[in-house]
Design a protein around this ligand. Sequence first.
Ligand code: SR1
Ligand code: MG
Length: 406
Amino acid sequence: MKDFTTSYFTMNEQDVVDYVQSKLDFFAHNAELECREIGDGNLNYVFRVVEPKSGRSIIIKQAGPVARISDSFKVSPDRNRIESELLKLHDELAPGFVPIFYSYDPIMNCCVMEDLSDHEIMRTALLSYKKFPLFAEHISTFLANTLLLTSDVVMGHKEKKELVKKFINPELCEITEDLVYTEPFYDCEQNDVFEGTKEFIRDHIWNDKQLGLETAKLKFEFMTNTQSLLHGDLHTGSIFIKENSTKIIDPEFAFYGPAGYDVGNVVANLIFAYVNASFTIVDESKREEYLGYLEQTIEDVIRLFQEKFLQLWDEKVAEKTAMVPGFKETYVNSIMNDAAAVTGLELCRRIIGIAHVKDITSISNSNDRVQAEKICLTVGKTFILERSQIKTGEDFVKVLLESVQK
Ligand code: SR1
Ligand code: MG
């Protein structure tokens, strides 16, 4: 058996079984265990360990020294510490919305958590046109709690700055700065553009000077506004879901940034599901029904987020100047403007940049895929350029519907 106590190495399935048997007391001593690597994300290795006899299971997530998506991303395995710390904090701030966390190992850069195999990855579920009537309730609670309770509105400012220090995450932030805010907006070598969409991208994105200016402003907002402790990568692949339960996973991109970042990511990824459904549901009435469900979900997420955020503000506000009449409305409006901008950035970067989403890449007819990509880019661009006008859930849906019709 390899030594897990002195120096880090990336584990294979057998190593993980040995690790679980020698380092954890989750299973009985000498339990027969099976392990499979099940990760499908861009960065890490995820192992599911099962004891077939009892049916009990556990997840071990290990950060490798380079990203799975490409060796060119050398990212510190310390991201596993950030993820572990945030899963624990999220469990306090938004109980019930994260997997049970068991342990973190700073030598092996891995953490151990609840197996959520009875849930489904939300992106996959939406691509099978499933509906989750409680999702908007759940995600709005998660967003309002985690974003407000980690901000200067509620926390002591020194205590908050300590948290900023703990969640300094330069390498993962650099990935976001490059992949979300920079590369998609010029003809960067690392971009990965679908051939049929390239001309449209050149004409409507790369050659648009106003868009270039706005994305530059937004990048500096992302880098300098330490408003709330963010999840940092809250797309539908970071959400495990079933009918009555929503669990937010994978917060390794966590850091202090603009609160609208997480909100915008959720909305953009609902829009990817929307665009997918527009092209893949053949039956018109079923298509309209599912699109209507997604429109309503987007509207509800924003509306409920605002309601819960304002309510929580009244209950928890500790900063005197934040009690000044009119301030909380201004504050929420600016989160909405940021959320709109990030919705747009995410819609553009997943089409142009290196990290795509299945919602679009799985559209098998290439003419349809080009059309779908143009819609994402048109909607995305509108969200970025018109962000200051977007305040309510209805506004988000209106931008989507109007841009789809363009
Ligand atoms: C190199 S990582 C590429 C993308 O995957 C993650 O999930 C983030 O979204 C990141 O931008
Ligand atoms: Mg992830």
